[in-house]
Structures are given as C-alpha cells and as structure tokens.
Design a protein around this ligand. Structure first.
Ligand SMILES: *[C@@H]1O[C@H](CO)[C@@H](O)[C@H](O)[C@H]1NC(C)=O
Length: 394
C-alpha cells in the first residue's frame, strides 16, 4: 500500500514544514493497514479508512481518532500519489509531474521495504545526487540539484517479504513520470550523436526523443529530403513521455530522422535516428524435409530437400547434419529462393543436399536446420542404404 508524496523544495524551513504536512497527510488520508496498526510512540492512532476511490488529499483536516479496534486490512490497496506544494498544500498527482530544475525531488513511498527504479542514466551516473533511505513506514527518494537530464519515470515497488526472502510486488508498483523543464535543453540530453534503430516489419518502433517539458511542441522530421513527417496518431503517434512510435514499420520509414522541439522562443533538434529497415519474420521457419527415397541402393544418388515457405524477403539460413559428416564425406548443397504463386507476398526457400554414389556410411539420419531472425527449427528424416541390385544375368 504505497503512498508517494512529492515535494520540490528550496529551503530547509519549507522542507521541514512540508514534512510536518506530509505527516498530517498520511494521518489524514491513508488507508488503514492491519499490519501497521502497531502503535508508534508520539503518534496518534491512524484514522479510519477513507472510501476507496475517494481522495482526501485536500490538505490537513481534523479527524477524530477512533478507539483501537481490530482493523480488517483494506481489501484492495489503492495506490496514489500526492504532491506536496509550497504552503503545505497537497495535490493528487496523475501520471506526470513537473519539477523546476535545480529543485529537489523528494518522493515518498509507503511500505517497508520498498525498492525504487529511476531513469537508467541516474543509475549509471552515481554522482551522489540521488539518495534512497528506508524509514520504518516508507521509503524516501531524494534527488538534489536536478537537471533536465533527470526527466523520466520513477517507480516505487513495495516488497513482499517472507523472512529474509523479498520480492517486488509488481502489481502494486506506483509510477510517476517526472519532467524537469530545462530552460536551455528542451530534449533530455543524449551521449550519442546519432542512434541506429532497427525497423522491423510490424513491430512498433520508438524514436525516444524525450523532452524535458510537457509543454514543448514536438515534430518529426526527415533529413533527406528535408520534410516534416506527418504524425496522424495511427501510423505514427507521439507521447510526451516516450517520443514517437511508428506502429507498423514499412520500408519507406527508413532513413535519417530527428525530432524538433519548440517552446517559447526556443527551438531545438534532437539526436539523429538512423532507421534501418529489416524484413523481420513473424515466426521461426517451419521447414519440411524430404529424401528422394527412404531406401537407396549403394552407388545410386540421393537428394534430400529442405523447404521453407515464408514471408517475402526474409532470409532463411540452412545447416545440415548427415551420417557421413564425421568421416568427412564431401556432400554438397544447392540453395534457391523462389516466389510462391497465390498472390500473398510469400517465398519458398530451399536447400537440397546431394549425395552422389551412396555408400554404406550414408545410412542414417539427415537433419536440416532452418533459421531466420526469429529462431530456428530442425527436421529429420532417415535413409536406409541397401545392397546394389544384382544385375540380371543374360
Ligand atoms: C548541489 O549544488 C550545491 C550548490 O552548487 C553544491 O554545493 C552541492 O555540493 C551539490 N550537491 C550534490 C550532492 O551534488
């Protein structure tokens, strides 16, 4: 049952005032939890549970402490976020909040223990600005001297523990996307000058041009020819927390693209995205193997074919295993690709293993493995070698 409250604070005085307010908030509005009913010195017993779905975050309010009764835990823990504003006002936050750069981000998440996840750049770049502390009833995340680069998703996971074995309760995670509007940097800075992105057939692709301010107007542009790319919300859509998504990539989406953000008099370009189109199969191949005959006489020729019917322009790679392999029997393969009739964009890829003048060592299992970008599948067939038919005496 996590409760996250957030404060952007500039001074120690304000901060301590806010802490007091946050305490009042917790007392005033939080659900009751049987496990947390143990008395805390210096704290009043917790108030009654507010009605689910109703937020009581309109600031400090009076309440009558109920006599201690055995409380039943709230059936469905409702998680919500509150933002503590200056002057001790509380505001329920939605999916996103904005904190002025330079200010301190303070997130408070109900539970013991809790775990946090922060934008990966903060994880990697341990410069001492980020601190998480576990208190008796809540976890506290503090990020100081914030910049636009800190923009991203902050998540608190309450932990479920049995003895010393703890795991994240993913279903109860609370997330907030925090913008740090930077007056100089409209885009979250990237360490790369350009980024290569694979466009896969029918796989949504994200151009992660992340803005630091939710107010920035963002457009998508192609470098050559220099045009603005139409964003219709269906084929390509924009989300201020994610960037642009190309929902069903097609070859014509490939090329060099970049985003442009404008806010007030500021207009900036993002990192360049080099989009490379890959014909990506929907599924691993499904090969079919067939020998010219399941029983071959010594001295005759054998052909084993392996056929894959698949999407057009999707490369399939064949590999073979065969009985004569260990002794280095030199066999050879012929590979071919051809269209399949019937209109749909499909093709037949085939590999044929040729065994000239079969010997005893060629008896056994022939296995063909077909592989594409989605995976591999093997199929086998067995071939029996029989003695040469005796020529009829004249
Ligand atoms: C935050 O910025 C102040 C003022 O520039 C500096 O003194 C302090 O060391 C910084 N704190 C951290 C943790 O970087």
């Amino acid at each position: 049952m996590p409760l996250v409250s957030l404060f952007g604070s500039k001074g120690r005085l304000v901060l301590s005032a806010l802490l007091v307010c946050a305490l009042i908030l917790e007392l005033a509005c939080c659900q009751k939890d049987a496990q947390e009913q143990r008395p805390t010195p210096g704290r009043k017993p917790k108030p009654n549970t507010p009605k689910p779905g109703k937020s009581t975050n309109k600031g400090p309010r009076a309440f009558t402490p109920k006599p201690k009764i055995k409380a039943t835990p709230a059936t469905q823990a409702q998680t919500f976020l509150t933002q503590v504003l200056n002057k001790g006002k509380f505001k329920k936050v939605g999916e996103t909040i904005s904190v002025q750069t330079g200010d301190t981000l303070e997130l408070r998440c109900r539970g013991n223990p809790v775990q946090w996840s922060v934008p990966s750049y903060l994880d990697e770049d341990d410069d001492g600005r980020l601190r998480t502390v576990q208190h008796e009833r809540y976890g506290l995340l503090t990020l100081v001297n914030t910049t636009g680069a800190d923009t991203g998703e902050y998540t608190c996971y309450p932990m479920y523990c049995e003895d010393t074995d703890c795991r994240k309760e993913y279903g109860k995670a609370v997330k907030v996307f925090v913008f740090f509007p930077d007056p100089q940097e409209l885009f979250v800075p990237s360490s790369d000058y350009y980024e290569v992105i694979q466009l896969r057939t029918n796989w949504p692709t994200v151009l992660p041009c992340q803005v630091t301010s939710p107010e920035a107007k963002v457009t998508l542009h192609r470098e050559f020819p220099p045009v603005e790319v139409a964003v219709d919300g269906t084929e390509i859509s924009f989300n201020v927390r994610k960037g642009f998504t190309i929902h069903r990539p097609r070859p014509y989406h490939a090329g060099a693209l970049y985003c442009v953000a404008s806010l007030g008099n500021l207009r900036q370009s993002s990192t360049k995205y080099m989009l490379i189109y890959v014909n990506y199969p929907m599924a691993p191949p499904a090969p079919v193997i067939q020998a010219s005959s399941s029983s071959v006489a010594i001295g005759e020729n054998l052909r084993v074919s392996c056929i894959v019917l698949g999407e057009q322009d999707v490369a399939v790679e064949f590999t073979w295993e065969y009985p004569g392999q260990q002794i280095g029997r030199p066999l050879y393969t012929q590979e071919s690709i051809g269209p399949v009739g019937g209109g749909a964009a499909r093709q037949q890829s085939q590999s044929v293993l040729l065994v000239d003048e079969v010997r005893n060592v060629d008896q056994g299992t022939y296995t063909c493995t077909a592989q594409n970008l989605q995976g591999a599948k093997s199929v086998s067939t067995t071939v029996k070698v029989v003695p040469k038919a005796k020529p009829k005496k004249p």
